[in-house]
Design a protein around this ligand. Structure first.
Ligand code: GDP
Length: 364
């Protein structure tokens, strides 16, 4: 599955947000009950109204949403790259995630201490980014030193790695995160394998006071501008409101949201923003037993999409019977769609589209 790491300075609302994410009614109502893998790791259901619609049409007994993992990564402070706070352990946790949700304090509250003694989310973002860049720099230098011998032997892989590490190093020494490096398609995989912290895509999460949840405030506006300049994503959310909502049942939550002038829970927006950031898409399987959503990366071919369900589906892949979501819903299910000629048999080269309802045929 895909993993988002929640980072941020102390006291910005990370735990509040994490708790809300993992306690929410949607997470509990889901058929895989929310599961805490470790105290700071949780899986959440990705909200998708299309899945419920499919389940209704297929009269599925079970409805199983697709999941995304969130990791609450505590302990980042100024000096983390030098081993302050939880230091290295923290950095190791970040290496493993696919993307970073960076929580920024955009609320004023004299009762909640700010580690830097002032509320300034743009500078906070910079403090964290600087730590990550320093950590990258250190690991780049170590790794390049470790490559020297292989480079003398003209090892092809080592040459590529060193070239990419050098590009990242130059960018960081220029004061910018490594994600600014433009990487050719043929280097993409090796680049990702470097697992540099500042190559991870970032979603800025503006944690605003309750009153600003609908409209945002000056702090979140400043973050929005920064995010735009960086080509990063951002969402405005009130962690406190989300925590309150997470304790309500669905009907109460809808009423509460209306009162606050919100059309949708912030967490849903957050999860979806993470989904978009990672360029993820959903396909469905639907039948009387269950309706289920599956996550793939945009651009995934049918056999690899099948592999998400089971490795054997990929190995023995024959074809995918495919119905577009809109056709499935408009025509009223698999059989009518088939009769209307809207079920396509797609082969190995087919790139799965978001919303496809699939049935895989495979050799065992
Ligand atoms: P963490 O250290 O980043 O995990 O921060 P916490 O989630 O533990 O929050 C730190 C403190 O800030 C707690 O006392 C929270 O109740 C409070 N807090 C979190 N979000 C908000 C908010 O939106 N408004 C206000 N006023 N307080 C908040």
């Amino acid at each position: 599955g895909f993993k988002m790491g929640i980072v941020g300075l102390p006291n910005v609302g990370k735990s509040t947000l994490f708790n809300a994410l993992t306690k929410t009614a949607a997470a509990q109502a889901a058929n895989f009950p929310f599961c805490t893998i470790e105290p700071n790791v949780g899986e959440v259901a990705v909200p998708d109204a299309r899945l419920d619609k499919l389940a209704e049409i297929a009269q599925s007994k079970q409805v199983i949403p697709t999941r995304m993992t969130f990791v609450d990564i505590a302990g980042l402070v100024k000096g983390a790259s030098k081993g302050e706070g939880l230091g290295n352990q923290f950095l190791a946790n970040i290496r493993e995630v696919d993307a970073i949700a960076h929580v920024l304090r955009c609320f004023e509250d004299g009762d909640v201490t700010h580690v830097e003694g002032r509320v300034n989310p743009v500078e906070d973002a910079d403090v964290i980014e600087t730590e990550l860049m320093l950590a990258d720099l250190e690991s780049i230098e170590k790794r390049r030193a470790g490559l020297v011998r292989k480079l003398k032997g003209n090892d092809k892989e080592a040459v590529q790695q060193d070239r990419l590490l050098a590009a990242a190093q130059a960018m960081i020494e220029d004061g910018k995160p490594a994600r600014r490096v433009e990487v050719d398609a043929e280097d993409a995989k090796a680049w990702k394998n470097l697992q540099l912290l500042t190559t991870k895509p970032i979603l800025y999460v503006c944690n605003v006071d309750e009153g600003s949840a609908a409209s945002g405030n000056d702090h979140s506006a400043a973050v929005a501008k920064m995010a735009e300049d960086q080509g990063a994503a951002h969402v405005v959310i009130s962690a406190q409101i989300e925590e309150e909502i997470s304790q309500l049942d669905e009907d109460e939550a809808v009423m509460f949201l209306e009162e606050m002038g919100l059309t949708e829970a912030g967490l849903d927006r957050l999860i979806r923003a993470g989904y978009d950031l990672l360029q993820l898409e959903t396909y469905f399987t639907a039948g009387p037993k269950e309706a289920r959503a599956w996550t793939i990366r945009r651009g995934t071919a049918a056999p690899q999409a099948a592999g998400v369900i089971h490795g054997d589906f990929e190995k023995g892949f024959i074809r995918a019977e495919t119905i577009a979501y809109d056709d499935y819903v408009e025509l009223g299910g698999e059989q009518p769609a088939k009769e209307a000629g809207k079920m396509r048999a797609e082969g190995k080269g087919y790139i799965v589209k978001d919303g496809d309802v699939l049935h895989f045929l495979f050799n065992t």
